[in-house]
Structures are given as structure tokens and as C-alpha cells.
Design a protein. Structure first.
Length: 83
């Protein structure tokens, strides 16, 4: 049985601006960093700040900010290789 698609009016108009959040384990996998270097980079302001999802322990990262950080590292590499 085919699944019904939501009516056009049920999709938020700002759907394109919704952000995807990444949990710490996914950020570690994407960046190939281990937990301590990631947390040190956050503390030094060299990595995007996490978003607190709960008052105590649960954090996540904005996927667009993490992607931008990865792209910046890649751009730095290409810039230094061009010298």
C-alpha cells in the first residue's frame, strides 16, 4: 500500500531553514577527532559550541556549523599546499 504524502499546507514554510543536529558521537566520526581534542577545541573557541538539549548532559551540534568547520580545515590545507 503506497504511503500518503502530507498535503502541501502541512509542510512548514520554513522547512528549508530547519537545522539538523548532530550528537557528539556523530561529530567525532565526521571529524575523526577523539573526545578530548574535540572538547579542547571547543574550550579554545576553535570548534562550534554545542547546543544544550537538556539542562544537564545532553548536547548536540549544528550540522551546518560542523560542515563549515570541516570545509575551513580543507581550505586551509589547500591554501598551505599552494605555497
Amino acid at each position: 500500500m503506497p504511503q500518503k504524502q502530507p498535503p502541501e499546507s502541512a509542510i512548514p514554510q520554513n522547512a528549508q531553514t530547519l537545522r539538523r543536529l548532530l550528537r557528539e558521537a556523530e561529530v567525532l566520526r565526521l571529524t575523526s577527532l577523539s573526545r578530548t581534542p574535540l572538547r579542547n577545541a571547543i574550550a579554545r573557541g576553535q570548534f562550534p559550541q554545542p547546543i544544550k538539549l537538556t539542562p544537564t548532559r545532553c548536547i548536540a551540534f549544528d550540522a551546518a556549523e560542523v560542515d563549515a568547520w570541516i570545509e575551513a580545515r580543507s581550505a586551509e590545507r589547500h591554501k598551505s599546499e599552494g605555497k
